[in-house]
Design a protein around this ligand. Sequence first.
Ligand code: IPE
Ligand code: IPE
Ligand code: MG
Length: 254
Amino acid sequence: MPLPLATATTGSATVGTSQDGSVPRHVAIIMDGNGRWAASRGLPRVAGHRAGAEAVTRCLKAARAQGLEYLTLYAFSSENWRRGPDEVADLKGLLRFYLRHKVAELHGQQVRILFVGEVHRFGPDLCDELARAERLTAHNTGMTLLLALSYGGRSEIVQAAKALARAAQRGEIDPDSIDEDVVSQHLLTAGIPDPDVIVRTSGEHRLSNFLLWQSAYAELVFLDQLWPDFNETSFMQILEIYARRDRRFGARPA
Ligand code: IPE
Ligand code: IPE
Ligand code: MG
């Protein structure tokens, strides 16, 4: 049941309830626009990425305050390796800094942290830190934060296809038993509900290889705001837009 805009407020108030379907369980965000934010201030791109990391903190705070169950943040795509060694090194450095300074705090807030993507490409040291963060927070019962790192939707589907083909070859699975649920269980997001809403900041209107399978029935929200400008009000705006959408999943309109 869509919620009238007037009842949605900013600040510490919450919007609707998760029971009536007007509140998403899972919000996934393509955090875009760091470079343009920096360029508009005559700053190097890395300054935009630093400001983007601060926006992540604000977003997490708002998501927790609203009682969101799952938040997925697209931090680095499999195509972002094309950015060149300097920018990739800056992004890896920021990720390492963020892990060292924020994981303990998130753990204290009962946040469970998961990483999806080809994280081995970041090298063994960073990979170990990611694994440690996952282990530390594995039993937390608050919000689940998925960070998509070196993530690509197509390669995720390819690896699921390979795993299923190998299982069929070994006689462990009957090809006729492969259905949508089985494919979902072989994706990196196995066990996580599909996102209810996918948000992209910076005015770009594309998915850029993000959650291609999982986005089948997601509501798409495009914000003109650049990611470093994202704040609690932006998060509330997403919830307001979502609450006004009518999700039909192919059924006849009510
Ligand atoms: C998003 O900001 C961050 C990453 C993709 C790592 P961009 O760096 O893509 O910023 P723009 O799109 O160039 O403004
Ligand atoms: C998508 O942004 C990836 C992330 C936000 C992590 P990009 O800036 O890399 O996407 P394109 O190249 O504009 O499609
Ligand atoms: Mg971009």
